[in-house]
Design a protein around this ligand. Structure first.
Ligand SMILES: N[C@@H](CCC[C@H](N)C(=O)O)C(=O)O
Length: 279
């Protein structure tokens, strides 16, 4: 049976969106999602996102499968794409739309802005080792600028959860990092029982960071929204940046704020429909 889909991207982090509002069970298995995401034998994407009915009083539920079929708790670029997708499905006033979306990382609230971007309340960052999770420190301790051996080298890492795990390293020159060879060694390091996303950050100034990312379950991508949020938090914890900064990724730039008022992270960026089809 052919299934309708819409392809979106957020700064080149691309997703296949499926209208799954009639059931809480995704219409694709993880194995099928792997095949759909294949860039040579399928549609091609970093993941598949399902728009499901709400739960516990929320408007909708988001589930996502990475391109390797694993299921992450959250996806920042993906939830902006989902917000625009829902607006198009429901046919309602773009700039007034504010959705509560149930995810495995908690309730996330995206809102479309007047200039066509999406601003997302990403919730509070989680910093304790047991919340990442990582066994780099004891469970109730934060992992900030902590040595980690990877590929024969010691890296000073900071760990932040945005619902999903992130391991952040500050470097002099982000372009010089050999992501292809070290990315998967960070992802699969035994100190991360649920694996990890890995971000390398170059500080241009206190309000501008450059980032490259290796994503758990997807490898190198052009952008990662949760990764940008986690990196801003790591920058503040290491006194390398202010609480609001632009984060430049290979696919474009996100604005990230860690509010002093409510301790929540706000991410603003674009989401772009590419094409629709049946597969
Ligand atoms: N690209 C996403 C993150 C997707 C999930 C990630 N690969 C994981 O397994 O945690 C984003 O924009 O946040």
């Amino acid at each position: 049976m052919a299934i309708e889909f819409t392809k979106y991207h957020g700064l080149g982090n691309d997703f296949i969106l499926i209208d799954n509002r009639s059931s809480l069970t995704p219409v694709l298995t993880p194995e099928k999602a792997v095949q759909w995401c294949d860039r040579h034998f399928g549609i091609g994407a970093d993941g598949v996102i399902f728009a499901l009915p709400g739960q516990n009083g929320t408007d909708y539920t988001m589930r996502i499968f990475n391109s390797d079929g694993s299921e992450p708790e959250m996806c920042g670029n993906g939830i902006r794409c989902l917000a625009v997708f829902l607006t198009e499905l429901e046919g309602i006033n773009r700039t007034k739309d504010k959705y509560s979306i149930h995810t495995l990382a908690g309730v996330i609230v995206p809102q479309l802005t007047d200039d066509g971007q999406v601003k997302v309340d990403m919730g509070e960052p989680r910093l304790l080792a047991e919340e990442i999770p990582t066994n780099l420190a004891s469970s109730q301790v934060q992992v900030i600028n902590h040595p980690l051996e990877v590929a024969g080298k010691t890296w000073d890492v900071t760990c932040v959860s945005m619902g999903n795990p992130h391991c952040i390293t500050f470097v002099e020159d982000v372009a010089a990092v050999n992501l292809e060879s070290i990315g998967s060694q960070f992802e699969n390091h035994p100190v991360f029982p649920k694996k990890t996303n890995t971000e390398f950050i170059e500080v241009v100034n206190r309000n501008y960071l450059k980032m490259r990312v290796w994503e758990r379950g997807a490898g190198i991508t052009l952008a990662c929204g949760t990764g940008a949020c986690a990196s801003l938090v790591a920058g503040v914890l290491n006194d390398k940046c202010d609480r609001t900064a632009m984060i430049e990724l290979p696919g474009g730039t996100l604005e990230i704020e860690w509010s002093e008022i409510d301790n929540r992270i706000y991410m603003t960026g674009p989401a772009q429909r590419v094409f629709t089809g049946k597969y």
